[in-house]
Design a binder for this molecule. Structure first.
Ligand code: HEC
Ligand code: HEC
Length: 332
């Protein structure tokens, strides 16, 4: 009944609201009806619609945690010391997980529990949140019943009510790449990095602190304060897809990339080149079933005979073709 009241409380789009409130009496939150019929391209959320009351308070705290993660649960966090670094969720899931093509989290509440190849089992959304707490943030998991975890989940549930349930919306997934025939080139990436990225992220990828060093104005890209190698951001394809839409920060708008696909891949190869850049040590590398391993995950063993270097830097098309020929589904 609580969710019924909340959903009706946040929607103010007229007729659709009345019908959805009618159907929700069964206790189901039929959010499909809450979405404006013509709003399926880019989706904007309106935080003034967060409801009052205990659920709304939890949603607001969840959003606050997305934006100022380090302040609350960082190494000096006021609500507990969970993260191993002072990055914030929104550094990667921009606009608190609502920006198009930026590892958008607006469908996450609908998509879990979900089978995860990485762990070889079905995870809840709370467990998935903890994966990001442990990998990119190099931390220890939040208790599943903590106020902070409940707030993250409340926020994800609330942003999910803006999403159409029957068709995909623009920016739900990151932009895709056309793979070049040759491997990504970290040396070329280094030159591109110095031209396009170093002015904010620093010549040594160290980022730039804010005034009281509680977090970053520009987050670090490598070193012990950055994401660890077990993070998806450490995969060249994953990072390049994200860079294409989101960096350089001041030169892109959603759907209007600045970097070419090849440039994004070369830069991602440089940033993620472990031979020259240190990172925190991962606790484990997961993927109990190797035939489910993402093709750009650089830690063996592999379900094919391609080298570790080719898995990391490409060229990827031969790996994809090989997997398809074997009847396997290449993940990337
Ligand atoms: C360094 C970048 C980075 C940071 C910081 C980060 N994440 Fe993630 N997160 C990712 C990537 C990459 C994925 C995988 C996305 C994909 O595969 O499409 C992901 C996936 C997720 C997912 C699963 C989304 C889905 O629908 O499957 C959730 C939930 C999530 N992150 C929450 C968080 C939270 C909460 C925080 C802060 C505590 C956080 N992330 C911090 C990079 C990051
Ligand atoms: C004008 C400053 C600026 C430039 C130039 C810039 N970035 Fe960023 N970058 C940011 C900011 C700000 C964030 C955090 C975004 C947020 O919190 O909303 C960020 C976040 C990131 C992240 C995710 C968080 C992390 O630290 O892992 C990566 C990766 C990244 N940038 C890579 C790059 C690369 C590669 C380039 C060059 C192609 C680049 N950036 C250019 C400002 C910049």
């Amino acid at each position: 009944m609580r969710s019924f009241i909340v959903i009706c409380g946040i929607c103010c789009w007229g007729i659709a609201m009345i019908s959805s409130c009618g159907t929700a009496v069964t206790g189901e939150t039929n959010a499909t009806a809450l979405v404006q019929p013509d709003s399926v391209s880019y989706i904007n959320i309106d935080t003034t619609l967060i409801p009052n009351g205990p659920f709304g308070e939890s949603v607001k705290y969840g959003r606050e945690l997305m934006l100022h993660t380090a302040r609350y649960i960082g190494p000096d966090g006021s609500a507990g010391k969970f993260l191993g670094n002072k990055m914030n969720c929104t550094n990667c899931h921009q606009d608190a997980g609502t920006k198009a093509f930026s590892f958008n989290l607006m469908s996450s509440h609908d998509n879990y529990p979900q089978y995860r190849a990485r762990e070889g089992k079905v995870l809840t959304l709370a467990e998935r949140v903890n994966n990001c707490v442990m990998r990119p943030h190099n931390g220890k998991p939040l208790p599943l019943d903590s106020k902070e975890m409940v707030a993250f989940l409340s926020y994800f549930k609330w942003i999910s009510t803006f999403v159409p349930k029957d068709k995909p919306f623009k920016g739900a997934k990151n932009l895709h790449l056309t793979f070049p025939d040759i491997a990504a080139n970290p040396e070329n990436g280094q030159a591109l990095y110095q031209t396009n990225c170093a002015r904010c992220h620093g010549p040594n990828g160290e980022g730039q602190w804010n005034a009281d060093k509680s977090t970053y104005v520009y987050p670090p890209l490598w070193g012990n304060a950055a994401y660890q190698p077990g993070s998806s951001m450490h995969r060249v394809i994953k990072q390049a897809e994200w860079l294409k839409n989101n960096m350089p920060y001041d030169k892109v708008t959603p759907g209007k990339p600045f970097l070419s696909d090849k440039e994004a891949m070369d830069i991602a190869a440089f940033v993620n080149n472990d031979k020259i850049h240190s990172r925190p040590n991962p606790k484990n590398f997961d993927y109990p079933h190797i035939a489910e391993k993402a093709i750009d995950y650089d830690h063996g063993p592999f379900a094919d005979t391609f080298s570790m270097a080719q898995h990391k830097f490409g060229p990827y098309q031969p790996i994809i073709d090989y997997w398809k020929a074997k009847g396997l589904k290449p993940v990337y």
